[in-house]
Design a protein around this ligand. Structure first.
Ligand code: MG
Length: 372
């Protein structure tokens, strides 16, 4: 079996020039083979830059676009191809979007392998530790506390035992944040987990520490990305002093960035995104690191069903994979692009024994929103 083409599909719901929130655009990478098998991957990043990174013609040995690197190769040689992609794009890649693009290809290669061997991805990863993965629901908050009270109530009513929110105007003023967190905690009660995502808005560790203390009474499950991810010493000082567990890492790529984050930042929880950290292959390696550093791994995930299914397959085969993020986005790229979407039961998602990513692409949805 040989790779014949790598196709990049850019999707966008709002018209060009209109604002676009998380989850309302996306990029799929389709790896085609001469055996009639196609693998699907995605990356939650700039679709346009991923397309350029994959389609670029080579200019020297360290500047190959991924398509040129892959065409003609055997797609089952996933680890060798990961290294080949990494090395042949190293001048322009190594981190950031280079690894985001490799993540999408890697997920597609695992999808191909699963179809070729006729085994679920979690079997190829060594077998599953669990049949169900507890899930928490994430929503993007609105400006007023009462609106967030309603959003949290909706998420709880869908059956989640934990909710997370962040973005919007949350994180810009601690007294506003206090009112929002209080409204949500009052609404969902003490039995439901509440986590907050600061998207790096608290800037410095000492400011973040005072904000964490201000919110201490709400018994938050974690405080996510309180300070910028490059401030590893800030993470470390905050993680030692804050009353809540500190989490982060969705922005990081490769085992090397996570090694630094774990060694120097010392968060309680690491949150690699499978479509940005380097795909399923690199997520497994980051998982090994998390085990060695004694940290909990709860993947980030707020995009399409391709990301969700890839994350489920990894977590099923990860010893400590006992919590998954479940987007509450109403974007058709989440609700309609792939099917069937995993259903929540007893606050958990079932691990499908399906071949591949277990999701069929809805080509009507793709036709409707494809812009390139
Ligand atoms: Mg986040």
């Amino acid at each position: 079996m040989r790779i014949t083409d790598v196709e990049v599909v850019i999707l966008r719901v709002p018209p060009a020039g209109q604002p676009c929130e998380w989850g309302w655009d996306g990029v799929l990478v389709l790896v085609h083979t001469d055996a009639g098998i196609t693998g699907v991957g995605e990356s939650d990043t700039s679709p346009y830059v991923v397309k350029a990174f994959i389609e670029a013609a080579h200019s020297n040995l360290a500047c190959f676009g991924l398509r040129e690197t892959l065409v003609g190769e055997n797609p089952l040689e996933i680890q060798r191809l990961w290294s080949k992609m990494y090395e042949s794009s190293s001048y322009m890649g190594r981190r950031g979007v280079g690894i985001h693009a490799i993540s999408a290809v890697d997920i597609a290669l695992w999808d191909i392998a699963s179809q070729y061997y006729k085994q679920p991805i979690h079997m190829l990863l060594g077998g599953k530790f669990r049949d169900h993965i507890p899930a928490y629901g994430t929503f993007i908050p609105v400006d007023n506390p009462d609106g967030n009270r309603r959003l949290a109530a909706e998420v709880k009513a869908r059956g989640f035992k934990a909710v997370k929110f962040g973005g919007g105007s949350f994180g810009l003023d601690i007294e506003h944040d206090y009112k929002v967190v209080k409204a949500v905690r009052d609404e969902v009660g003490d039995e439901t987990g509440v986590m907050i995502d600061m998207v790096s808005r608290w800037k410095t560790w000492n400011n973040a520490l005072s904000c964490c203390k201000r919110l201490e009474e709400f018994n938050l499950g974690w405080v996510e990305e309180p300070v910028p991810s490059d401030d590893l010493d800030g993470y470390c000082r905050l993680a030692q002093a804050a009353p809540q567990p500190i989490s982060g890492g969705e922005i990081l790529a490769t085992r090397w960035e996570f090694k630094d984050f774990m060694e120097r930042g010392r968060p309680g929880i690491v949150q690699p995104d499978i479509t940005r950290c380097g795909g399923i292959s690199e997520m497994v390696r980051i998982g090994h690191l998390a085990e060695m550093y004694g940290m909990r791994l709860v993947p980030h995930g707020f995009s399409t069903g391709v990301l969700l299914q890839a994350t489920i397959q990894f977590l099923a085969a990860y010893p400590d994979g006992n919590l998954i993020e479940y987007s509450q986005s109403s974007s058709p790229l989440f609700t309609d692009l792939t099917g069937p979407m995993p259903k929540l039961k007893d606050s958990a998602l079932a691990v499908p024994d399906l071949i591949g990513l277990g999701s069929t692409l809805d080509w009507d949805c793709i036709k409707k929103y494809r812009i390139a």
